[in-house]
Design a protein around this ligand. Structure first.
Ligand code: FES
Length: 109
């Protein structure tokens, strides 16, 4: 992965590197770990750690449409908003704006 930091956004990868249904975990320069999801032509980013436990959604999550399921206890979140959808998850994930410029994916933080 090449990361070229530009202000408060960072280049993560090229959009073609993310296939439909993929979840990619990346570390931001400030130490936050985020998960990127491709749904159709859109890429979303949330914090990587499930708000119920310490599961990594990029490693343990399953993406189905706009919903990521944490495989530890099967709680779910909407990757568009971060909203917790099903028990035992009740706290929303933090979300991050994603920009795609000339095929490059940037996360703003
Ligand atoms: S750690 Fe994710 S649902 Fe429990």
């Amino acid at each position: 992965m090449s990361s070229a930091e530009t202000g408060n956004r960072v280049k993560i990868c090229q959009s073609v590197e993310l296939n439909e249904g993929d979840i990619k975990g990346v570390d931001l320069p400030d130490g936050q770990r985020v998960a990127l999801y491709r749904v159709g032509e859109t890429i979303y980013a949330t914090s990587d750690t499930c708000t119920h436990g310490e599961a990594s959604l990029s490693e343990e999550g399953l993406l189905s449409g706009h919903v990521v399921e944490c495989s530890w206890h099967f709680g779910t979140f909407d990757v568009r908003t971060g909203a917790a959808l099903t028990s035992p998850c009740s706290i929303a994930l933090k979300t991050f704006p994603v920009e795609v410029v000339d095929g490059d994916v940037y996360v703003c933080y």
